[in-house]
Design a protein around this ligand. Sequence first.
Ligand code: ZN
Length: 415
Amino acid sequence: MHSWPAPALPQIPGTGRPVRVHDTATGALVQLDPGPVAGLYVCGITPYDATHLGHAATYVTFDVLGRALRDAGHEVRYVQNVTDVDDPLLARAVRDGIDWTRLADRETALFREDMTALSVIPPDVYLGVTESIAAIVEAVARLEGDGTAYRLAAPDAAGADIYLDISRCPGFGSVSGLGRGEMLDLFAERGGDPDRDGKRDALDPLLWRAEREGEPAWDGAGLGWGRPGWHIECTVIALTHLGMPFTVQGGGTDLAFPHHEMSAGQGCALTGEPTYASAYVHQAMVGLDGEKMSKSKGNLVLVSNLRADGVDPMAIRLALLAHHYRTEWEWTPADLTQAQARLARWRQAVSTNGGPAPDALVDVLRERVADDLDTPGALAAMDDWAAESLRAGGSDLAAPGIAARAVDRLLGIRL
Ligand code: ZN
């Protein structure tokens, strides 16, 4: 699947610092030490609705992480999936009377446009589930072959569903750190089936769903016709294109359990290696009117709608960066007006002939971004430089250009 055009990454003097992030698994800040190449896997969209600001916050956050890692001298290998066949997508296609592949294509295209407008550096590998079926079938067959997966007859299907025996995954639970009761609640809430009769453990995730009437299905060879369960796609794509352990598994906080827990468990079961990712980094939920913004609730502010209203995508990006990724927040119209005013001030400040020396600004931008992606701190530093430039001017003729390139390189804000 093609991704989207890459924005230019301007050069600035010097090198960035080692990057620290908050790791959900340990509950602590960890310094990333990936070596020359950092492997970044961020779970992609299920393309049944347009990109809302909660999604945009996630992809912008991990874009900033990728920029910080590049600035620190690492090459970044970025992998992202598209869940282009899954229950919610199929249900929406039926509801709207549209072919599910057309719905997925349309919404994926819109996502690419949004990401391009928001100046998000595209993944190096961008893969749909439907492009990964053969590799998934091979992985599930391997798990079944060594007794880590098992079959369960389905009353409404000719074939059998296949589940992972989670007891065969040592370390299961170490990503989310949740107790069993919480796991059971979240599993039921987020696409799992804890009450399915015959499972060895209520938390065992579905690996392969046997073909049902009216649903798309692929030839799974020894597995029979069917389609992949949700979590196995990410494990297989990550193992194929990054290997274990990779540097960062990213996504929204609602993916920590079950999705990332199951992804890691499957990875460990497939490889025998204990560590799936060196750090698990999660973007806090963005709310609207007192509720989490989500497709299922329907309370969405869409990036594409804001763009259609003529809002500068850089103002949308600035509005997102004004909140730290680990802080939950609610979108209000004031977020946008403040970001628009900030963007205008910054643009004015870099449009002058000379300004205050930029060295300290570049230093603080690098320090803030590398320190657990403190984007509000980075924005404040640029605010100070811009205020000083507009108040007193400055004699450093290179300063406006360097300041503009620094916020572009590190924050993805094009002035
Ligand atoms: Zn995923």
